[in-house]
Design a protein around this ligand. Sequence first.
Ligand SMILES: [Cu+2]
Length: 468
Amino acid sequence: MRLSRAHTPPTPRAKRPQPTLPEGEREHLKAEVVYWGLKQAQQGRLLSEAELQAEYDRRLREAEHWLRQSKDLLQQEYDRRLHDAEQWLRERKEQREQREEHQAPHASAPGAAPASPPSRILTRRNVLKVLGLSATQVAAAVAAVKLSGNPAPASADQGPPPVDGSDEPDVTKIDHVKLAAENAGHSLYGKFPGATKNPYPNHLELLFPKAAEPAKAGRVREFSLEAQDKELEIANGVRWAGWTYNGTIPGPVIRATQGDTVRVHLKNSTRHTHSVHFHSVHPSNQDGVFEPVAPGAETTYEFTADPFGVHPYHCHIEPLDQHVARGLYGALIIDPPKPRPPAREMVMVMQGYDLNFDKENELYSVNGLPGYYDENPIELKVGELVRIYLINMTEFDPVNSFHLHANMFSYIPVGTSLTPNVLTDVVHLGIADRGILEFRYKFPGQYMFHAHQTELSLLGWKAQFHVT
Ligand SMILES: [Cu+2]
């Protein structure tokens, strides 16, 4: 059931009066009509979209008519009450001054508390409350009416509405049917904006790592990382000022075989100090903690790949949570000397985005693109061995998880063994924990995988396999 955004029946648009109801109020009205439609349906009267649209148009016309009428009345009433209140304040002040004149000797006694200034009793909000308007009418009126007089500072409770779309502070009184109607029936939470339509191509390449190679004595693997500030569209219409390695979040996959010499060149092209701290075994001076790389500077890390497994790497400059949460992390895969059996291999780094810097994430995903692999399922073949190198780099949440639908996977914690220790369909990982998943799909079809913390799933960490 969808109501058109234009709210226009097929009559010429120019003949309609200019709408004055703010967009937010029109959305609210739309939800009310959907709710009304649901109620009608419950009573056995199914309404067509045209009927719902007509009802919506009728209510919109009424509301806009009311708004135009009440605008002048509201202004007059506001002016009158403001005048009355200011008169009352003046009188009170005069009375107090007269009292203070009589009590002057006592008031000036040592230790006497100074007289407190009169507290402001008039705010726009209070005036509107006095006028007996409902919360939604207040919102419409505040937006539509330019009030005269001294504007009072906005009170603290005039912040943005809660994300669940309810303005009812008592959660036991929330009308969940209405709330679902406001969210188009999909959920009781604020809508996920959808995946980005413009993924940065290098981001998509992160999913499929280069193949493993058997051990070879004396081999050196060289990699270049450049710390770059980069603005990325991470979800539909959501832009993120990322701190990145090579322009992607997570950074590129670094893959070597146990025993290889790994040489990683870091160039810092940002305005902040950064580093690379690899998990796995290496000397202290290659740990990327005590040797910060200043803006414009370069350094090279070198170590012998050991032990085989899947490991994270990340910046280790304070404040550490910010440097990680902004996007400076990636996957280091160290393969066993004799590689694991051939498989369709993927790397998935679970992570989140703290969009408003309140140390809680607003979006989640694997490989930096919330909802992307839900809208663009990953193709698999029936019976093929699938191997996922999974790492949790979600800052601020103590745990993240991976749940596979309609199947079970073998799990190798940290990837440091050749044999799995469990067959399961869900694994929960603390921050920086990781492992290897292996599975085959027996039946063709569409299969979800996602965080089993459903909140994370609603906020983007869900995806699908399409098996043929
Ligand atoms: Cu950093």
